[in-house]
Design a protein around this ligand. Structure first.
Ligand code: PLP
Ligand SMILES: N[C@@H](CCOP(=O)(O)O)C(=O)O
Length: 464
């Protein structure tokens, strides 16, 4: 499999190099040159497979040539064995044809574990083979950071730097990162917001000279293709468990960086019958405004009760725009430049193409809490605030009750006690493996919202 940049002016790469990168050298994002497409009878034949075997079917074409099949099979088995539920991604029914796909059964209790537990194993294998040491740099609004640390902490050949907005992640999220104490793990609390952190990461990928050309940066955010790849699997899994591919399924996806929902879009492109994809946002609703008004207009970032989705500049939207523009890199380069400094609309026919698949809805904090409370009263099931946004958006914009609507349950409610308490409910207890989280020692470096300061810090620690 070869990968190309969305901006059309970077070298084509194979999987190994795509794994070991972040942004393409032209500032774009890597996507497969050609997606595999499966006929219904082939998808149907996957119905009986346990999660890790289904993951092999979906992931193998993307890594072929880089990771031998027998190695990949073991990696996938080990990855998903570590999840708390034997189904790995169980479905919970809320109402008639309404489900939550629980993606928080992994070690850090958010959907990021699906990709980052595998990512650590892929990285370890490739670095060992190459005899290379790298620097992982990631930005987090709370969940990617802990999942990346958990997934990569046993990798021999990495230093890990995770930037999060100071005081803007939940206490559980912060402690999940800051209590993993190791010589090669650095949690940086930036005095800014998530967009500032993500911007610093992207700028650092653009110019890595602060690492003196001795180490390369590797991304753990969803700008890294390997993240998206692993997230495609659970769309197939949910569908196959609900009668797919002989029955369509709709998905509602709590959205920030657009990675998770883009994985759903790819599952559809690969042949999975998906009726509708709902872009569910919080008050940071740039994507909802774009989809409903065809106007991409940045507003200042708001801090909400769903902090993991407090994102304005949504990285993976570029990957969708690339497809909507017939995969013309030059158009995307021009469009992205324009979007960075002015309000933008796209051609009406391109927007119509997007609207065939996507609907959108924005849910503010009050509505999020009302939804948590309502669903709890109706079913006894406790939603986390991000998942609640997905459920509410699905209820508002679903096209038909004839197909199952699956909301992606992106995090466990225990991570967000503020929202649960604001909904008038009692926050759940930490699970066993985290029961002493509030007693563990923390290590955290607070730095200014300043790229130079962050890069100096990183260089000092890398060459310690
Ligand atoms: C709990 C949770 N829900 C939803 C999202 C949004 O996912 P994405 O950024 O892939 O759109 C995130 C992080 O981004 C998250 O941590
Ligand atoms: N919500 C994320 C933000 C980063 O998104 P990513 O999927 O691109 O890593 C987080 O919790 O860190």
């Amino acid at each position: 499999m070869k990968y190309i940049s969305t901006r059309g002016n970077a070298p084509e790469l194979g999987f190994e190099d795509v794994l070991l990168t972040g942004l393409a050298s032209d500032g774009g994002l890597y996507v497969p040159k050609q997606l595999p497409h499966y006929p219904l009878h082939e998808i149907r034949s996957w119905r009986e497979l346990p999660y890790h075997e289904l993951a092999f079917k979906v992931v193998q074409p993307f890594v072929a040539g880089a990771i031998p099949d027998d190695v990949l099979k073991v990696m996938l088995q080990e990855t998903y064995q570590g999840f708390a539920h034997t189904a790995v991604a169980p479905l919970t029914q809320l109402d008639h044809n309404e489900y939550v796909l629980e993606l928080f059964q992994g070690p850090t209790l958010a959907f990021k574990d699906f990709a980052l537990q595998l990512f650590g194993r892929l990285l370890d294998y490739v670095l060992e083979k190459r005899g290379e040491r790298v620097v992982i740099m990631g930005a987090t609004s709370g969940d990617t950071g802990s999942a990346a640390i958990e997934g990569c902490k046993r990798c021999q050949n990495v230093d890990i730097f995770i930037l999060h907005p100071h005081n803007r992640v939940s206490e559980v999220q912060r402690r999940q990162m800051s209590t993993v104490i190791s010589d090669n793990i650095f949690n940086i609390a930036v005095e800014g917001n998530f967009d500032d952190c993500q911007q610093m990461v992207k700028q650092s990928f653009g110019d890595q000279s602060f690492l003196k050309d001795e180490r390369r940066l590797v991304a753990v955010n969803s700008i890294n293709w390997a993240r998206i790849m692993a997230q495609i699997v659970y769309y197939f899994y949910a569908s196959l468990n609900l009668g797919g591919p002989d029955r369509k399924v709709a998905f509602s996806v709590p959205t920030g960086n657009f990675g998770d929902i883009f994985a759903g879009y790819l599952a559809r492109q690969m042949g999975l019958p998906i009726e509708q994809l709902v872009i569910a946002t919080n008050q940071n609703d740039i994507l909802h405004r774009f989809m409903s008004q065809n106007l991409y207009k940045k507003e200042p970032l708001s801090h909400t009760l769903s902090p993991s989705m407090d994102i304005v500049v949504s990285s993976n939207f570029e990957r969708l725009l690339f497809d909507l523009h017939d995969r013309d890199g030059a158009s995307i380069k021009a469009l992205m430049e324009k979007m960075s400094h002015e309000d933008v609309s796209i051609e009406v026919d391109r927007m119509a193409k997007a609207r065939e698949i996507f609907d959108s809805f924005a849910v503010d904090d009050d509505l999020t809490c009302q939804t948590i409370k309502q669903v709890y009263q109706e079913t006894g099931y406790l939603l986390d605030p991000h998942t609640a946004i997905g459920v509410k958006a699905a209820r508002e914009v679903r096209r038909t009750f004839a197909v199952p609507m699956v909301t992606l349950g992106t995090a466990h409610p225990v991570k967000f006690s503020d929202a649960i308490e604001r909904a008038g409910l009692q926050a759940p207890e930490l699970p066993g493996h985290m029961s002493d989280l509030f007693r563990r020692e923390e290590r955290l470096f607070v730095l200014g919202n300043n790229l130079q300061e962050v890069q100096n810090f990183m260089a000092e620690k890398v060459f310690r």
